[in-house]
Write a protein that binds this ligand. Structure first.
Ligand code: C2E
Ligand code: MG
Ligand code: MG
Length: 555
């Protein structure tokens, strides 16, 4: 009965070997798994089941030896079927002894576990791989770094975060976002062949690391990463204008363990993002603390619009012809429930970095237009527009929609744009401006006198107004030279039939100077500090001007 039972088992190959390893019995499972019929295999050496390599290395003999010595042997490995195909076997070999203890043979039980092995390998790979890019995931990356720390290696790690990714994802869809991530991953992958390991940590966040020479220097690593990131990130056939912010930290100079190290690299990355640095930022003292509050705001800002935490203040723009207030610039404030009132300098660059500026900008536009609709007809509102908003080809349509829903006359809306925006995306913006101006909306060049201040920009766009940055008025130049610069810009503006406004007017002296030179408009604390929409519009400068001013204030 027992013999019949063993012979009939199909899932397990069960057979007997002589002490020398010759097959002396065979069951149905053995035939199914190994492909030999009983008549073919009886009397043959079991070494037939091994690969040529194993046979050459004497593996079958070693197995027998071991089973003889310990009474039992367990193994896993490739075995070969009669037709030459392989399977992954899990086998046990039990020595069979007679009553005196002499070994009279071995019972061998083998199972084909190829499928189970594949599954567990696939699961392990999946657990360590990012499915989209095929790169290592966070777990695999951290495991490797832990290993490096354990081995007392010196190394550098970088955190890499894409700028403007959210925008691509939101405006062009997830397929485009995925394509972009893949293109970026390829660059990192190419760099990885130079001794760098790279991973996708999640979302649009990547990481790379490399061992560094003794004495530790991260320079070479930083150079390799920079080179990889200079390659354009593709969006299908087109080159995207997505770039990356990179922070670098070094082990062991910056941290004592992996999580500390990553936190520092992350802080450095935040600094890079904040300062719009095109090159990697290396960690330095103090960045961690700064980034903690940045990160906090970064997480909060998207939800803050829905929670109604933003509000607008307006600052008067006053005509120097008749002293009347002719416009009010909308300046956004974030009334944070915990941190109190925050000014644009504290959150606009964050909103630009994470893409929220598009939604925030639309909110500002809508609010400003609906506020302005309640003001006197001759008062316009000026709204600041950031580069990312203009990256959307539909921006002019958005503006038209807002004007329609708020009922504001397009002539009473002015959009303020800084020069940096225009240099980056020139041809697209020319068209958007043309569309806006044909609606009747006015365009002002903001903060002129900082940055490039190029004649080229002034000639390429038909601005309705130039706003001279307050730094020009406040520059610690000799008064005659300040006057010279102001005069030159004014002449330029008037030659282009553009009105010229000066920002940052704080004193009567400055006001008189500007009036004397023939400027069109002023904006500053003297003629009105930013205040809420429903506060009365400042009454203009007739009263201020009537105070007696010295004849030549700057001399
Ligand atoms: P900006 O467009 O040049 O706005 C003028 C800034 O100068 C305002 O600062 C204003 O409070 C300040 N200011 C006005 N008069 C004087 C003065 O007499 N003396 C001095 N020292 N400062 C004066 P604020 O409100 O902090 O805004 C800073 C910048 O943030 C703005 O500069 C603008 O570029 C940006 N911003 C404000 N609101 C928005 C917005 O809704 N969207 C975008 N994209 N940017 C905005
Ligand atoms: Mg402005
Ligand atoms: Mg300005």
């Amino acid at each position: 009965m027992f013999k019949l039972l063993v012979e009939a088992v199909e899932d397990y190959s069960i057979f007997l070997l002589s002490p020398e390893g010759v097959v002396s019995s065979w069951n149905r499972g053995a035939e199914r798994i190994k492909g030999y019929r009983e008549s073919e295999i009886l009397g043959k050496s079991f070494s037939l089941f091994f690969t040529a390599d194993d046979r050459a290395n004497g593996v079958p003999e070693l197995i027998l030896q071991d089973a003889r010595r310990h009474g039992r042997y367990e193994t896993e490995g490739w075995r070969v079927r009669k037709d030459g195909s392989r399977f992954w076997a899990r086998a046990t070999l039990n020595a069979v002894a007679d009553e005196e203890g002499t070994i009279i043979g071995f019972a061998k039980i083998t199972r084909d576990v190829t499928a189970a092995r594949e599954t567990s390998r696939a699961l392990r790979t999946a657990a360590l791989t990012d499915p989209l890019t095929g790169m290592w995931n966070r777990t695999a990356f951290l495991d490797e770094l832990d290993q490096w720390v354990e081995n007392d290696e010196t190394f550098a790690v970088s955190i890499i975060d894409l700028n403007g990714f959210k925008l691509v994802n939101d405006s062009l869809g997830h397929a485009a976002g995925d394509a972009l991530l893949k293109s970026f991953a390829e660059h990192l992958h190419d760099a990885a062949s130079e001794g760098i390991i790279a991973a996708r940590l999640g979302g649009d966040e990547f990481a790379a690391a490399a061992r560094t020479p003794e004495p530790p220097s991260c320079d070479e690593f930083v150079e390799t990463i920079s080179a990889a990131l200079r390659k354009p990130v593709m969006l299908g056939e087109k080159q995207s204008n997505v770039s990356a912010s990179v922070g670098v930290a070094c082990f062991p100079s910056d941290a004592t363990n992996v999580s500390e190290l990553l936190a520092r690299a992350d802080a450095a990355m935040y600094e890079a993002k904040e300062t719009q640095s095109e090159t990697p930022v290396t960690y330095r003292e103090g960045l961690l603390k700064r980034s903690a509050s940045r990160r906090f705001l970064d997480r909060e800002i998207a939800g803050a619009i829905g929670r109604g935490e933003f509000e607008l203040e307006y600052q008067a723009q006053t005509s120097l012809r008749d002293g009347a207030v002719v416009g009010r610039e909308a300046l956004v404030r974030w009334n944070h429930p915990v941190l109190g009132l925050l000014y644009p300098g504290e959150f606009i660059s964050l909103a630009e970095a994470n893409g929220t500026i598009v939604e925030l900008g639309r909110w500002v536009l809508n609010q400003a237009c609906s506020d302005a609709a309640a003001w006197a007809d001759h008062v316009r509102t000026a709204v600041n527009v950031s580069a990312l908003q203009l990256a959307d080809r539909d921006f002019a349509r958005t503006v038209a929609e807002v004007l329609a829903t708020t009922g504001l006359d397009p002539h009473r809306l002015e959009l303020e744009i800084t020069e940096a925006t225009l240099i980056r995306q020139r041809s697209e913006v020319v068209e958007i401006f043309a569309d806006l101006q044909s609606l009747g909306v006015k365009i002002a060049l903001d903060d002129f006198g900082t940055g490039f201040s190029s004649l080229d920009t002034l000639l390429a766009f038909a601005f309705d107004r130039i706003k001279i940055d307050r730094s020009v008025l406040h520059a610690s130049l000799q008064p005659s030279r300040t006057r010279g610069v102001l005069r030159a810009i004014l002449a330029l503006g008037h030659a282009l039939t553009t009105t010229v406004l000066v920002e940052g007017v704080e004193t009567q002296k400055q006001l008189e100077l500007l009036r004397g030179e023939g400027f069109d408009e002023v904006q500053g604390f003297l003629t009105g500090r930013p205040s809420s929409s429903d506060e009365p519009v400042p009454e203009g400068i007739s009263r201020i001007a009537s105070r007696r001013a010295p004849r030549d204030p700057l001399r």
